[in-house]
Ligand binder design. Structure first.
Ligand code: HGY
Ligand code: MN
Ligand code: MN
Length: 415
C-alpha cells in the first residue's frame, strides 16, 4: 500500500479558521474560555468538519464531543483507536494548544478516507470539555468525567471563576448532550500537542515522544483580614490580607527555587477585596499551582506551603482557608505505545526525544482506562498560554504524520 501523508496546508487552514473564533485582536492568539459563546461557536465549527467527514458525532452529558469514523473495511464492533484534545483556551491563549490535537485527528481521518484506505478498528476524534480548568476547575474536567474519574453531577454543579454554574453554561451554549458518561473505552488514546516548553526547540529535535506527565497541585487560598484606613491605621494594628497574599506569592517562588530540579510554583491569580487604593484589604483569594515529576517531592512542596500559611496567619492575625482545585499524581504512559510512536517517528526520518510533559493533558486521564501516549512538536521560544504561541507548518505536519502512522498501526491499516 502507498505510504499516506497528511495534507499540512489543509490542517494549517483549519487551524486558522478555528482561530478566527475568539481571536485576540492584533495577535495570532485566542481567548475561548470553556463554555463561553466562543467555545460554543468553535464546537459548532469542528462538528461541521466531523460531519463533512461522515463521522458519527456524539455529545455526552458534560459536553465532550466524539466523532467516530468507520472505514470501508472497519469492524464497527471493535474498540476505536482514539485521538483528540481540547478546543477551549486560557483567556490569553494561543491557537495551537489543544486545537492542534483535535484538528490533526480530523486530518488523519480525511487522509485515510480520501485515499480509499481503511482500518480494522474505528477511529474516534474527541474534544473534551474544559481541559484548561481556567474557568471551571479542575483542569482536564471533561476527560475526567469521560473516564468516570469525576462524578458528572459534581462537575455540572461546579462554579466558575465568574460565579456561573457549569451545567447552566453548558445548557446555554446547547451542549448538554445525551451520550452517557463514562464514555466508550478506546483501544488506545494518542494525543498530538505542542510541547509548550523550550526543550525540543533548544535541542533541535523535531518530535517529542512523551513518556509521562508530571504531578499537578492547584490550591485556592482565601485570606480573611480586616478592612481599615490606609492612612490612619498604624502598621502594628493591621490585619492586611493583601500583604499576606504577597508574602505567600513570594514564598511559592522561594520554595520552588529551594527545592530546585524540575519543581515549579506559580501564583497566577490574586483577587483583593475591596481592591481600593486607600483601604487595607480585608480579603485576598489566590491560587497556587505546584508541579513536580515526583509525587513525593510535590507533597513536600504542598506541606511547606501549608506550614508557611499557618505561621503567617498567626503572625499577621488573619485566617487562611484552603481548597484543593485540582490534584493529579504523575502519570506514566504505555511503554509499548511510546516505543511504537518512537519507532514510527524515526521511520519517518524524524529526530525524536523522549520526555515528560510539564503541562497537564487529556491523555493523562485517558491513561486510566486505556494505553495512552502523546506526541509533541516544538513551541517557538518555549512559549504557550500566550497569544504569541507558535509552531511552524512544517513542524505541525511532521507531528500530524507521526499521529497518522501511529493510528494506522494501532488501528490496523487495511485497504
Ligand atoms: O494547566 C495545564 O497544564 C493545562 O494547560 N491544562
Ligand atoms: Mn493543552
Ligand atoms: Mn493549555
Amino acid at each position: 500500500m502507498e505510504q499516506l501523508h497528511i495534507n499540512g496546508n489543509r490542517l494549517w487552514e483549519r487551524l486558522d479558521d478555528l482561530a478566527q473564533i475568539g481571536a485576540i485582536a492584533g495577535t495570532q492568539g485566542n481567548s475561548r474560555l470553556a463554555l463561553t459563546e466562543e467555545d460554543g461557536q468553535a464546537r459548532d465549527l469542528v462538528i461541521s468538519w466531523m460531519r463533512e467527514l461522515e463521522m458519527e458525532v456524539t455529545v455526552d452529558g458534560i459536553g465532550n464531543v466524539v466523532g467516530l469514523w468507520n472505514g470501508t473495511n472497519t469492524t464497527e464492533s471493535l474498540q476505536p483507536v482514539m485521538t483528540g484534545s481540547h478546543i477551549d483556551t486560557v483567556r490569553s491563549g494561543g491557537r495551537f494548544d489543544g486545537n492542534l490535537g483535535v484538528l490533526a485527528g480530523l486530518e488523519v481521518v480525511q487522509t485515510i478516507a480520501e485515499h480509499g484506505h481503511s482500518t480494522e478498528h474505528p477511529i474516534a476524534v474527541g474534544f473534551f470539555t474544559g481541559e484548561e480548568g481556567a474557568r471551571f476547575a479542575p483542569d482536564m474536567l471533561g476527560s475526567l468525567v469521560y473516564v468516570g474519574g469525576l462524578d458528572i453531577e459534581t462537575a455540572l454543579n461546579s462554579i466558575g471563576i465568574d460565579g456561573k454554574k457549569l451545567g447552566d453554561e453548558l445548557k446555554r451554549i446547547g451542549y448538554c448532550g445525551t451520550a452517557t458518561c463514562p464514555g466508550i473505552v478506546p483501544k488506545a488514546f494518542i494525543e498530538l500537542h505542542i510541547e509548550q516548553g523550550p526543550v525540543l526547540e533548544t535541542s533541535g529535535i523535531e518530535i517529542g515522544v512523551v513518556e509521562s506527565v508530571q504531578g499537578i497541585s492547584w490550591t485556592e487560598l482565601t485570606i480573611e483580614g480586616q478592612a481599615n484606613h490606609a492612612g490612619t491605621t498604624p502598621m502594628t494594628m493591621r490585619r492586611d490580607a493583601g500583604y499576606v497574599a504577597s508574602r505567600i506569592s513570594t514564598f511559592v517562588r522561594e520554595i520552588a527555587t529551594q527545592i530546585g530540579g524540575v519543581q515549579v510554583g506559580t501564583v497566577g491569580k490574586i483577587d483583593l477585596h475591596p481592591n481600593l487604593v486607600n483601604v487595607v484589604a480585608s480579603r485576598a483569594t489566590l491560587t497556587v499551582d505546584l508541579r513536580n515529576t515526583s509525587g513525593e517531592i510535590l507533597r513536600e512542596a504542598e506541606d511547606y506551603l501549608e506550614e508557611f500559611c499557618k505561621e503567617i496567619a498567626s503572625k499577621e492575625n488573619v485566617v487562611i482557608t484552603s481548597k484543593s482545585l485540582a490534584r493529579f499524581e504523575p502519570v506514566e504512559f504505555s511503554e509499548e505505545l511510546v516505543n511504537e510512536i518512537s519507532s514510527i517517528a524515526s521511520g519517518l526520518g524524524l529526530s525524536t526525544q523522549r520526555m515528560t510533559s510539564g503541562a497537564g493533558h487529556d491523555a493523562q486521564i485517558l491513561a486510566r482506562v486505556c494505553p495512552s501516549a502523546m506526541i509533541f512538536v516544538p513551541s517557538k521560544d518555549g512559549l504557550s498560554h500566550n497569544p504569541a504561541e507558535y509552531t511552524s507548518l512544517e513542524e505541525i505536519s511532521a507531528g500530524a504524520n507521526v499521529l497518522l502512522h501511529s493510528i494506522l498501526q494501532v488501528a490496523g491499516e487495511c485497504s
